[in-house]
Design a protein around this ligand. Sequence first.
Ligand SMILES: [Zn+2]
Length: 357
Amino acid sequence: MRKVRGIVFVMMDLLAVGLAAAHNINPLQNKYGQDSGMPLGRVAEPVHEEITQLARACMQAHPGPVHTPLICADDTERSIEPRGNKYDSLVRGVWWNDDPNQLLFALRQGRFLSWMHDARLIATTGRNWQGKPAAIGSDYYLTYRSHYGDLQFLHAMASGDGEPAATTRHRALLWAEFAYLVATGRLDPETKMDRISPVELRDYFEEQSGWTINFLFAYHYQLKGDAHKRMMAAGSLLHMVQDSYSAAHAQRFFEPTAECPNGGIVQFHSYTCQDPSAHKREDLRSAWLQRGFTPTQDPVNVSATLLGYIRQDADWNIVRDYLEGTVFCLAEDARNASPGDYAMAAESVRLPAKCKH
Ligand SMILES: [Zn+2]
């Protein structure tokens, strides 16, 4: 019994570290009902889930077309699937960016943790868990690539220090367009990944060229119906946008400027040389609630606005202008990616050579 409990505690600890590259999610909490107790229920706070449920309630409270970004007056009303998040396609889509191989969804948490451990070793030391030279390329599992490889734009982060902000934003917008086209039914979920739009995004899925969009979002599991597939994509778009409001992912400014009248982004961060615990603190619920957002730059309002655009099937150009001009508006003096204020300490014995300056 003690051994089992010990394993559980080690897993809890690892899970907390493993989920550090994002606003926290917790697929175990409220999985089979709201406010249900689960053994690992407090490992990670379900921040993405809460933001998403608040946003959906806000969107539903504004039934008309979206002419200007939605401002959500009620920050307590949540739109919740009473059977539990497992049956909530939008929330499942929100989980996907953190867990594209759906390991946290079932009893594969151990594999998730070992992959995350291996991915961090490779990203920081250039060697894998076996001590062999390795680099996370496009042939690695999506879970590796999403957290430590070339798909970090799924979390509104740069794939490495020094990446120009315009590059990170461009990649985020590629994903946003793809997810939006799927969410609005313009892209059939049976489309293969080598036929998707935008064309440039195909480069990231050459190893998955024979996969359908549906398989990409449902590696192991899915719910029935076309609406589920569309909402998975919508959730993935929300995840990326919500992450961009975590200070460990992007440094924002909120004062109006000539190029960004609603504020915007000064710098995207890269996770590789960040201290995971420092990063994690910014992804907590308390950090989300303490950040001084403005009404137009608030992850709940932005998520609600995007859900409103999806509901009304707005033209992608309108959504792109909103993302470029508000959500991901780049400061004129935007800086190349760095760990920001979350860098591993220079004196840390675990500081990877590539992170020394
Ligand atoms: Zn994330």
